[in-house]
Design a protein. Structure first.
Length: 344
């Protein structure tokens, strides 16, 4: 890493942490063990201490799972071009109404489109418009089958991150109370750092040791054609499931999982019937955490201070709030990508 990059990255660390809301954060200097390792890898391979990843730091297993999936699907050198992954990321973010991620990934896509990282495999570069239409409408993927694990893996990653970002970050990659005029300069710095990291080549597989091996769940078998992506998703899914089981009572998880399994992928709207009905049998002390999880999965834009405060009043701490949101986000992400791939 160049000295110039380090000089820019260091002051951005505090700004990244300032963007996280609802839960505490872990500073770069206080990070230890795997948390410190993830922070270093983030700056090296992504370019910045990205708030969508560092918000997971109070639960190291979730931090490792989030980073491993982001790194291995989107950032690591593989078969699919980075521009195609950024196009998928921007399209998924648009479908989930996540302005933070739309801004970041559209900015990166514009940069890559103007100045491609490399000219290799140009015959395998699907058009941005085709990728956007595929994410929006489903149907036959507009790319060769060998690119499916990376591009569907990217879609899974963003389906997950959009939900977490909608809850724990603001609408733009700016600290609270920053003037709107700051967005342009800040975005240029962020994209510049991300671009410089993308141009250096990111070795595949090096983040996998953060998590223990696991079996690939059957709903993720579309990744099996690429052993690295399959290994990544298996390890991360197991880590999130394990954390959910450790921190969330089974009576909270069971009705949420059943509701997501029945979900058709449509926005359920602003009513409460869809939210109340699956949770009617829960005792009052478990209802707020289950409501947080179900809203996260199906309508993350509706999670606000009131929803978080209700969970806290019922006894949930930062770790349980993060676990409820991460577990539900991945559950919904797996469902949405499964639906996307079942359309062809």
């Amino acid at each position: 890493m160049s000295a110039a990059r380090r000089l820019v990255q260091a002051p951005l660390r505090g700004l990244s942490l300032l963007q996280v809301r609802h839960v505490g954060t872990v500073s770069f200097g206080a990070a230890a063990g795997d948390t410190a390792r993830v922070y270093r890898e983030l700056e090296r391979d992504f370019g910045v201490l990205a708030p969508p990843v560092v918000l997971h730091a109070p639960v190291p297993a979730l931090l490792a799972a989030c980073w491993t999936v982001l790194r291995e699907t989107m950032l690591a050198e593989g078969r699919a071009p980075r521009a195609a992954k950024e196009a998928v990321a921007a399209a998924v973010s648009a479908s989930n109404r996540c302005p933070f991620c739309i801004t970041v990934h559209s900015g990166m896509l514009d940069s890559l489109s103007a100045r491609p990282i490399s000219r290799r495999r140009t015959e395998s570069r699907p058009a941005t418009e085709e990728l956007t239409a595929w994410v929006r409408d489903g149907g036959k993927p507009p790319f060769p089958p060998e690119l499916l694990p990376e591009l569907a893996g990217t879609a899974l990653c963003l389906q997950y991150l959009n939900r977490m970002v909608n809850i724990f970050l603001g609408p733009m990659p700016l600290p609270p109370n920053a003037p709107a005029q700051a967005l342009g300069p800040v975005l240029r710095v962020l994209v510049g750092l991300m671009r410089s990291s993308a141009g250096t080549g990111t070795a595949p597989g090096t983040s996998l040791s953060l998590l223990p091996p696991a079996e690939l769940p059957s709903d993720l078998d579309w990744a099996a054609a690429d052993p690295r992506i399959a290994d990544t998703l298996a390890r991360a899914a197991a880590a999130v499931d394990r954390t959910g089981a450790e921190l969330l009572p089974a009576p909270v998880r069971e009705p949420v999982a059943a509701a997501v399994a029945r979900w058709d992928g449509a926005d359920p709207g602003l009513g409460r019937a869809w939210l109340d009905e699956p949770l009617t049998a829960l005792p009052p002390e478990q209802r707020p955490l289950a409501e947080l999880a179900l809203l996260t999965a199906l309508a993350s834009y509706r999670v606000d201070e009131r929803v978080i405060a209700a969970a806290r009043q019922a006894g949930a701490d930062d770790r349980q709030i993060l676990a409820a949101c991460a577990w539900a986000s991945l559950l919904a992400a797996r469902r949405r990508v499964g639906q996307l791939l079942s359309d062809h």
